[in-house]
Write a new protein. Structure first.
Length: 298
């Protein structure tokens, strides 16, 4: 199949493109880093790019993906993440035949939850606590409207945290891994971190992109699917495991500058709906993921 991948130059986009090509798909990329970039906020440019690509399917990954950055640029985050989806779906609706669209959202839309609410299932109401989460909730509603109101085959993926080699160092796992690699080279005596108590359901990006392609082919239009492992670990556990993998024993110090304005205590999902629809299951253990991220920093 011919797949248009928006944000193909980004962390997940790179792995998604590689996986699609390994499956024999024809991939067309659309990224802000291209020589002639397409801004998702520019409706005409998005329309022209989608029409020119003539895809069978679209995997929409282009986004402002940082929760922390969303606090500094709330309007910009909403424009890219929500208005950009409006432009993409209008463009897709004009194609003949119309492509199937995988709209990648985020588990951040669940917001604060009680321990007894875990694991989170897809029928839980939105309760966003960050500008990023609000923008993704809005994008999901745009996608749902595209299916219910126009019959455009939109499938929504709701990924929980994921990481792997190549992720930007302003995300928690590579941020910690980069410091640990520097410590291993003799670059300090302590590991500085933000809030250590939050627990996250973390998958390997290479497993996540397998789930995305499976949803492109087997997901039900109008439906939403958690993409997650189904278990959680604390940020402190991640930090200590990275230190252990590097053979280090140094203190972990909380840095106030690394603490977010709002941090969800725990996010842990139920992947049952995804598994029932596609047969997907995570294949890469978290220890291997952490080791690979650490190795990427030399």
């Amino acid at each position: 199949m011919r797949v248009l991948v928006t944000g193909n130059g980004g962390f997940v986009g790179h792995w998604m493109t590689e996986h699609l090509q390994a499956c024999g798909d024809d991939v067309v990329g659309l990224d802000a880093g291209d020589p002639s970039p397409v801004d998702m906020v520019d409706a005409a440019a998005v329309s022209d790019a989608v029409t020119a690509a003539a895809p069978d399917a679209i995997c929409h990954l282009a986004a402002q993906a940082s929760v922390g950055q969303s606090w500094a640029d709330q309007a910009g985050t909403f424009s890219v993440n929500a208005l950009g989806v409006v432009h993409l779906l209008v463009a897709a609706d004009r194609c003949r035949p119309r492509p199937r669209v995988l709209l990648v959202s985020s588990a951040e839309v669940y917001g604060h939850v009680r321990p007894e609410d875990l694991p989170l299932r897809e029928d839980r109401a939105f309760a966003p606590v960050s500008p990023y989460a609000a923008s993704k909730a809005a994008a999901e509603l745009v996608g749902l409207q595209g299916w219910l109101g126009g019959g455009l085959e939109v499938v929504r993926a709701r990924p929980f945290n994921h990481t792997g080699p190549g992720q930007r160092a302003d995300f928690v796992v590579p941020a910690l891994a980069r410091q640990v690699a520097a410590l291993a080279r003799g670059g300090g005596a302590e590991l500085r971190a933000g809030n250590l108590s939050p627990r996250r359901d973390i998958s390997d990006v290479r497993d996540v992109v397998r789930a995305y392609r499976a949803l492109l082919t087997d997901g039900a239009p109008g439906e939403v699917y958690n993409v997650c492992r189904g278990s959680s670990v604390s940020i402190e556990w991640i930090a200590r495991r990275l230190l252990a993998l590097a053979g280090l024993d140094v203190p972990i110090v909380t840095d106030p500058d690394r603490v977010r304005p709002v941090d969800l205590p725990e996010l842990r999902g139920d992947p049952g709906r995804l598994q029932a629809a596609t047969g997907w299951a995570p294949a890469i253990e978290l220890d291997r993921t952490l080791a690979d991220v650490l190795a990427s920093f030399g």
